[in-house]
Design a protein around this ligand. Structure first.
Ligand SMILES: *Cc1c(COP(=O)(O)O)cnc(C)c1O
Length: 398
């Protein structure tokens, strides 16, 4: 694998990408100097660049970053510096922000249900790739692009979510039975036609991708429709305490092998990672504002960056940072964690094991939260954090 640091111009581009972002050697220094009242988001600069080059070098096709996973401007610029030029988007705001930041970026409007204004505006801004999963949506795209002849239309199929820790089924996607008719209609209006799917987020079964591709090949064989593009979506997993996935390269190899077996290796191939691109490249530090017995009240919660931890009970690698205090060895016990808002559902689903002497002023760092943390914050009750800082060399946590 070519090291990103070797790319000509990468270091200069990275420095420009990070202009305006406060940067620290490690988390401890950041927390000491920031003295933030809000949660603190960390961006692990090298980890983000390495994840980007893993996808760019390893995936057998074009890699679209799913912007919703973390749309922070510094992170987007870092991905751009690392070579990401294609983005998966779902809303007109995402499109406007990305095309303003990166006029040369290629945007793929992959939400299967779009407003008419959004389609119209996206086309005006240069978007040519649109997803659909119904005849009604196809008609909207045709009308709102003024019967454009340069469209690339991607049929979103619903596929098995077996193996996904976070299934995304039952909402979008045509069935394999409906696909031939939809593809035939798309062929009549599009310059290029493709198929896309999403196996569900944090997909721990490589076979989910393999099976989806085989099912598409069978469907196409049966109906004689040809496609130009195949998009295997997102869903690539990262490591969390309860989930240890196979290496990313195993996913890429299995996908590549299947594409060849199905005769798809001549198509344009895409993937759309969100989580796997940025999860390990971020973390959030939250402060204990009060301890009452085994209950800890924090400055961030389920309406903030801890939605998945709170509502779904997902586990993250956790570390304690205590200002001016030693991390003295201490038994760990179970704590109930509460978020800062006045809502009673703003609490963690499961208890969290922490050193028994945890107290007010300590910071709990949730790692591998670069995806769907910062991005999920609401402004409810005035609790949220725009404090994002770059970390050069993260502490090696045990
Ligand atoms: C959310 C989403 C992604 C990214 O999914 P991850 O599981 O984070 O990789 C990709 N494509 C579409 C259409 C999505 O909705």
């Amino acid at each position: 694998m070519q090291l990103l640091q070797d790319y000509e111009g990468y270091v200069a581009d990275r420095e420009q990408a990070l202009a305006g972002l406060r940067r620290y050697e490690n988390e401890a220094t950041a927390l000491e100097i920031e003295q933030s009242n809000d949660a603190v988001h960390f961006l692990y600069i090298n980890e983000i660049a390495e994840a980007a080059s893993r996808f760019l070098n390893g995936f057998p096709g074009t890699c679209l970053y799913a912007a919703k996973a973390n749309p922070h401007p510094a992170l987007l610029r870092l991905l751009w510096a690392a070579g990401i030029r294609h983005f998966e988007v779902a809303s007109i705001r995402e499109i406007e922000e990305l095309s303003a930041a990166f006029p040369l970026a290629q945007l793929y409007f992959m939400h299967p249900v779009k407003s008419r204004q959004a389609i119209n505006r996206a086309y005006a801004l240069g978007v040519r790739h649109f997803a659909f999963d119904s005849l009604e949506e196809l008609r909207k795209i045709k009308q709102e692009t003024g019967h454009a002849e340069d469209l690339s239309l991607m049929l979103r199929l619903s596929v098995s979510q077996v193996g996904a820790a976070y299934p995304l089924d039952n909402k979008f996607g045509a069935t394999l039975m409906e696909a031939p008719l939809l593809l035939t209609h798309a062929r009549q209006i599009a310059e290029k036609v493709g198929v896309t799917f999403h196996v569900g987020s944090q997909c721990l079964e490589i076979e989910a991708y393999v099976n989806a591709i085989y099912n598409i090949a069978n469907m196409l064989d049966g109906c004689g429709v040809e496609i130009d593009m195949l998009d295997v979506g997102g869903g690539f997993p990262v490591s969390y305490p309860d989930m240890e996935p196979a290496p990313l390269q195993d996913y890429f190899d299995a996908i590549q092998k299947t594409l060849v077996e199905c005769g798809f290796d001549t198509l344009e191939i895409f993937c759309e990672p969100g989580r796997a691109m940025v999860a390990a490249g971020g973390a959030v530090a939250v402060r204990v504002e009060l301890r009452r017995g085994q209950s800890l009240y924090l400055n961030d919660g389920t309406y903030g960056a801890l939605f998945d931890a709170g509502q779904l009970g997902w586990a993250y690698p956790v570390e304690l940072y205590r200002s001016g205090r030693l991390n003295a060895p201490s038994e760990s016990t179970q704590f109930q964690l509460y978020g800062p808002t006045c809502d009673s559902i703003d609490k963690m689903k499961d208890h969290l094991a922490l050193p028994d002497d945890v107290c007010e002023g300590d910071w709990i760092i949730f790692r591998h939260l670069g995806a769907y943390g910062y991005a999920m914050q609401t402004r409810f009750n005035g609790f949220y954090s725009e404090t994002m800082v770059g970390i050069e060399s993260p502490a090696e946590f045990a």
